[in-house]
Write a protein that binds this ligand. Structure first.
Ligand SMILES: [Zn+2]
Length: 256
């Protein structure tokens, strides 16, 4: 079985002491690629060094909406080199109305500028979006989406919204929330996005599956998410693994 963890944060201090072991366990769980997403410019070098150190690791570079700082404005333009620096995507970028520590207009400015660069350099995007899907669509209409598309990670929207975002070439990754109490809405979303537009993620060290509630989340816990996705879609575990891995390879240009 081959799996891709389409979204995690290996830069996290939770992982700093133990990365060989963490990647080893991911490998044992069948993970062939992990896409780690930087959240601030300070992390970009760290993300790159992780991708150089582990053949399973690829990285996305960007500025997450929660961590935007005016002083990062100058860093945005250096994202034009992301492809040359070996990043496979621009991310984690996005919009968040549920956490407005950073004023929304500033979030929008940073999001649209990063989205525009992704388009220019033809890299997919890794998007965080909470409570701001209408605004996301406005930005996508204004700026456009990059040719290779991208993912909305930990997608929480409706099936109708999924349809609209698919028209921009976007796909959806889901993780620990798949294991939470089954909801009709989630099943309806999966029915819409699986198999062609669905990827698995862990978002580790955040959002552990329900079986590991309250603990640090690890990439190898992706197996819980896989099992849950198989149960919700009614497809076999092997087929879910194969489809999600194929989608990840297509979007991020992974050689696996
Ligand atoms: Zn994340």
């Amino acid at each position: 079985m081959r799996l891709v963890d389409a979204h995690c944060h290996l830069e996290s201090e939770h992982f700093s002491s133990d990365l060989d072991c963490i990647i080893g366990r991911a490998r044992d769980a069948g993970i062939v690629k992990l896409i780690t997403a930087a959240i601030t410019p300070e992390q970009w070098e760290r993300s790159r060094s992780l991708a150089e150190r582990f053949s399973e690791v690829e990285y996305a570079m960007g500025i997450h909406p929660w961590y935007i700082d005016e002083s990062y404005r100058a860093d945005i333009s250096s994202l034009s080199d992301a492809g040359v620096r070996g990043a496979v995507a621009i991310g984690e970028i996005g919009l968040d109305r549920k956490s407005e520590v950073v004023e929304f207009e500033l979030q929008r400015e940073f999001f649209e500028r990063q989205l525009a660069i992704a388009r220019e350099i033809n890299l997919p995007v890794v998007i965080h979006c909470r409570g701001a899907f209408n605004e996301l669509i406005v930005s996508l209409k204004r700026v456009g989406a990059p040719e290779p598309g991208g993912i909305i990670h930990s997608f929480s929207g409706s099936p109708e919204l999924a349809d609209e975002l698919i028209r921009f070439g976007l796909s959806f990754s889901m993780g620990g929330t798949l294991t939470f109490r089954n909801s009709k809405k989630r099943a309806a979303v999966l029915a819409r996005i699986y198999p062609g537009h669905f990827l698995l993620e862990t978002d580790s060290p955040d959002i552990p599956p329900v079986q590991k509630h309250g603990e640090v989340n690890y990439p190898h816990y992706i197996r819980y998410n896989l099992d849950a996705a198989a149960e919700i879609t009614g497809d076999s575990i092997d087929a879910v693994a194969e489809n999600t891995t194929r989608n990840a390879a297509r979007i991020f240009g992974l050689r696996i």
